[in-house]
Write a protein that binds this ligand. Structure first.
Ligand code: PLP
Length: 377
């Protein structure tokens, strides 16, 4: 059998990782400023993570959600504290798309309504409702297209107000990333997030904060939406919370009540997944990685802005977009093959993304800056 050929691949096979470095099968070392799409939060093969996972595997890896799983409660408590939302409720699933799918479904159950407001430039995943709320017709199959999703322009408060004035009684949810990742690191303004809160309160809609990429402490707050100083009703999570183990989750405000059977999953919240997420939460708390992301990100962005031939540096903490005066794809290739540094693409053709582990060292940042200077000068 052959692989279903959907990914354009670099001719590199990564076989080992440690911290913010990875190695290919020929022993070539690379610096990882991408973390495989913002997934690696505490570094590759972190010793506490490896120990937690192997220890759990030796006890039990999986049992279904038909029995009590104490590790889920332990995780809910730790994530509640870490995120500053310990009165919220946790539901676990397996990916970012699934987290958004469940969040929107829950919003619809809760309100009894069908309409979802999403942003131009958004990416929420590839399952049916998540992809319908994603602004990319190339990945939306005919079966996913629905008039229930309305797209508006990020940060246009007037447009959102007009939409609510017209259709507010039908809107179940507003979903947005605090910082659009795939869309090229576009930041939702604090005023816009506050406006969403106000309108959702006024019209009884649910504010869904997609924190799949911009959450887990990456921007210097646990959820990047926190910068606006207002709460969302549902936060979605994945990527960084598992550091590579496939985990998704939603954190749900106390006023949204559960009902048996309304959400469910076979694998979500299994023992091994909980052990991985617990290891991440423990390292993040112990090593103060949210603060570290803010500090290191500040340093990186200040230094990046001094480099030549850069149009703009956007971001917060360790979620950074660098917009070049040139197309970024060939530039990223040079960084990878000449400098041995991974960075990420975005749907903005001149912008590449930096999404490293939250404990990446200054020496690695300096190595990146030197390489960028060499390639840009
Ligand atoms: C903001 C955002 N939401 C959702 C997703 C989907 O996550 P997954 O690929 O785990 O389904 C992604 C993935 O890149 C994302 O960036």
């Amino acid at each position: 059998m052959q692989l279903f050929d959907v990914y354009p691949l670099y001719d590199i096979e990564i076989v080992r990782g440690l911290g913010s470095k990875v190695w290919d099968k020929d022993g070539q070392e690379y610096l990882d400023f991408y973390g495989g799409h913002a997934v690696i939060s505490i570094g590759h093969t972190h010793p506490h993570y490896v120990e937690r996972l192997t220890g759990q595997l030796q006890k039990i890896g999986f049992y279904s959600n038909s029995v009590k799983i104490g590790l889920q409660h332990e995780l809910a408590e730790k994530l509640g504290k870490l995120s500053g939302h310990d009165d919220y409720q946790l539901f676990m699933c397996n990916s970012g798309a699934e987290a958004n799918e469940n969040a929107l479904k829950l919003a619809s159950f809760h309100t009894g309504r069908k309409k979802v407001v999403a942003m131009h430039g958004s990416f929420h995943g590839r399952t049916s409702l998540a992809v319908a709320a994603t602004d990319n017709p190339n990945i939306t199959a005919p079966v996913n297209r629905t008039e229930n999703v309305v797209f508006v322009t990020l940060n246009d408060e007037q447009e959102l107000e007009n939409l609510f004035a017209k259709e507010g009684g039908e809107i179940a949810a507003v979903i947005l990333e605090g910082i659009q990742g795939v869309g090229g690191i576009r930041i939702a303004s604090d005023d816009y997030l506050r406006k969403i809160r106000t309108l959702c309160d006024k019209y009884g809609a649910v504010y869904v904060a997609d924190g799949v990429q911009c959450g887990c402490g990456r921007t210097g707050k646990y959820y990047s939406h926190d910068w606006a100083g207002v709460n969302a009703d549902i936060y979605t999570m994945a990527k960084g919370i598992g550091n590579g183990f496939p985990i998704g989750a939603i954190s749900i405000a106390p006023h949204i009540a559960p009902k048996y059977g309304m959400l469910g999953t076979t694998f979500g919240g299994n023992h091994l997944a909980c052990a991985a997420a617990l290891a991440v939460a423990e390292v993040m708390t112990e090593d103060r990685l949210v603060e570290n992301a803010a500090r290191t990100g500040e340093y990186l962005m200040t230094e990046l802005r001094k480099l030549p031939n850069i149009r703009e540096v956007r971001g917060k903490g360790l979620m950074i977009g660098v917009e070049l005066n040139q197309e970024s794809a060939p530039f990223r290739k040079r960084l990878l093959f000449d400098e041995h540094i991974f960075v990420g693409s975005s749907s903005d053709k001149n912008t590449f993304r930096l999404l490293p582990a939250l404990n990446i060292g200054r020496e690695h940042c300096d190595r990146l800056l030197t390489a960028l200077h060499r390639q840009l000068a």
